[in-house]
Design a protein. Structure first.
Length: 522
């Protein structure tokens, strides 16, 4: 059998690693090949487990994980090596005909190395007695630290099983943030024990608009609802942690709050009654900025939410808060007078700064949509720039961190091809190539200011995505383009090369049963 000839498979990794040096030959794995970790600890074994799982699930190859101090011949060695001094998410991978050695200074890097190893194998499911890895030397590390995907579960609720799949998708693209948009006008989706009506009332709407909200007057007459218990949230957060994904919760304030107001009408300026929204858009009724009760409520809610999410960031929304009610509200006007606030933008800023202070006191960093710049930015806030890049530019110039999510490039609720050929979406047009060509550091910024850009994120608003299948369709393959934008070196960006690697990646989507948009792959 030593004379057996193997063809070396091509290396096609998405996102493209920082440095790839191809070599001759292959490493051949069979069921006897040891998969070794250098420490007898559950975390390393779990990381190796993602490889053994893939081997058995895709190719029917049953391998097992053992412990060994150093690399060995005819084995895959996964070694944590702090003395390497690599960045937390970096890894070095060496595949030679003799052995495979994966090393990193932190488990995060090893996890990404395993993702790369998986991509060296055939993209389709097939029964194998041997798996063939191409010989290659890879040194890899991400360009940005915030590589995010957002999911709006307010407009349409997504079941826990799918949320976990979504986290898998984030991880396989070497992304590391899941921004979970948990509250909306159309539904409050997280159990809060102190305020049970938030889910009893706020998680349900009596019906939903049919078709496009701009032109339709027709409703489906069907009650709709759903929420996550705190136990489910913990389960999802643990699932994400094992995949090196940080979950950033978003509790929206002061706007997009109708579901909360329907549950506790005293939190609005007029006292209601309010109804959980049944159509999409921006609504005038928002939290009252004058009443102390509003702050008491929000601090209570935040106090319950914070311990569920161990990550350092807490997203407070902050977008699209009409000032209509505040202008008429005696409580809001009294607050403005007392605090010496010149206008309602400053009142919003007061609101957000109070919440930031509370979060900071509890060890959390606040992040919000770029409207939090209006009326004065909270002292430590990170800005998520969605109305173009201006918010991110302003934040970075003021030496605040920013995450770029400009609509033109990062809104995956936009059409990805000619709308006439596509199922109904909100509007816009953001084809795969456009996402790929996005540059997160705006040219307006100096090199120093550019350092405040933490990364970028794809946003998935679900007004027009009722099911997980639709979410997948809007997300794939655009997530791969964004992953490369935030992971790979700027200089290696090349759309044709990306598309040639994607030919294999979409086979992987097929094997995983992912419902992706095929327009670029026919
Ligand atoms: C904006 C809203 C969002 C909506 C989306 C649709 C942000 C920060 N706010 O109008 O609630 O679902 O765009 O593209 O995006």
């Amino acid at each position: 059998c030593s004379t057996k000839q193997y063809t070396r498979p091509e290396v096609k990794i998405v996102p493209e690693p920082a440095k790839v040096v191809n070599a001759d030959g292959v490493f051949v794995l069979n069921e006897k090949t040891p998969i070794l970790v250098n420490e007898d600890n559950p975390e390393l074994k779990q990381i190796a487990g993602f490889l053994t799982e893939q081997l058995s699930d895709f190719y029917g190859l049953n391998t097992s994980v053992d412990v060994a101090d150093s690399p060995q011949k005819r084995a895959i060695f996964i070694g944590l090596d702090k003395s390497l001094n690599l960045g937390k998410e970096a890894y070095n991978l060496s595949v030679t005909p003799k052995q495979i050695v994966l090393k990193a200074s932190a488990p995060n890097g090893l996890f990404y190395g395993v993702q790369t190893l998986i991509q060296l194998l055939p993209p389709s499911r097939q029964q194998l007695t041997e798996a063939v890895f191409p010989a290659v030397e890879i040194e890899d590390a991400p360009r940005f630290s915030w590589r995010g995907m957002h999911l709006d579960v307010g407009r349409h609720f997504m079941p826990v099983d799918f949320v976990k799949k979504y986290i898998d998708y984030i991880a396989m693209n070497k992304m590391n943030v899941f921004h979970w948009h948990l509250t909306e006008d159309q539904g409050w989706r997280i159990e809060i024990k102190k305020y049970p009506k938030l889910t009893e009332i706020g998680s349900k709407r009596k019906e939903t608009i049919i078709g496009h909200a701009h032109e339709s007057k027709e409703y489906d007459g069907t009650p709709y609802g759903g929420f996550y218990t705190q136990d489910e949230i913990k389960d999802v957060v643990a699932y994400a942690k094992a995949r090196y994904v940080t979950v950033v919760p978003e509790i929206e304030l002061p706007g997009h709050a109708l579901a909360a107001l329907a549950s506790y009408p005293e939190l609005g300026c007029t006292g209601g009654p309010y109804e959980v929204a049944t159509t999409w858009g921006v609504f005038d009724d928002v939290y009252c900025a004058g009443k102390e009760n509003t702050f008491k409520f929000l601090e209570d809610v935040i106090s319950e939410v914070m311990p569920l999410f161990p990550g350092e960031y807490f997203h407070i929304g902050g977008d699209e808060c009409p000032k209509t009610q505040w202008k008429k509200c005696p409580y809001c006007q009294a607050r403005m007078k007392k605090e010496g606030l010149k206008n309602e933008h400053e009142l919003q800023s007061y609101f957000v700064q109070r919440i930031e202070k509370f979060l900071n006191e509890h060890g959390k960093k606040m992040i919000g949509w770029d409207e939090i710049l209006e009326g004065g930015l909270a002292p430590n806030a990170t800005v998520m720039s969605w109305r173009g890049e201006e918010g991110g530019i302003a934040a970075a110039q003021a030496h605040h961190d920013a995450v770029m999510t400009p609509g033109n490039y990062c809104y995956f609720d936009h059409y990805q091809a000619d709308p006439k050929t596509q199922p109904l979406a909100i509007g816009g047009l953001t084809p795969l190539k456009e996402v790929y060509e996005y540059e997160p550091i705006p040219k307006e910024l100096s090199a120093e200011e550019g350092k405040y850009i933490l990364g970028a994120q794809g946003n998935v608003w679900t007004e027009y995505m009722k099911t997980p299948e639709r979410v997948e369709y809007m997300v794939f393959p655009r997530i791969a383009a964004l992953a490369e934008v935030v992971w790979s070196p700027k200089a290696s960006r090349n759309y044709d090369d990306f598309m040639s690697r994607m030919q294999d990646e979409v086979k992987r989507y097929d094997a995983l049963g992912i419902n992706y948009c095929k327009v670029e792959f026919q």
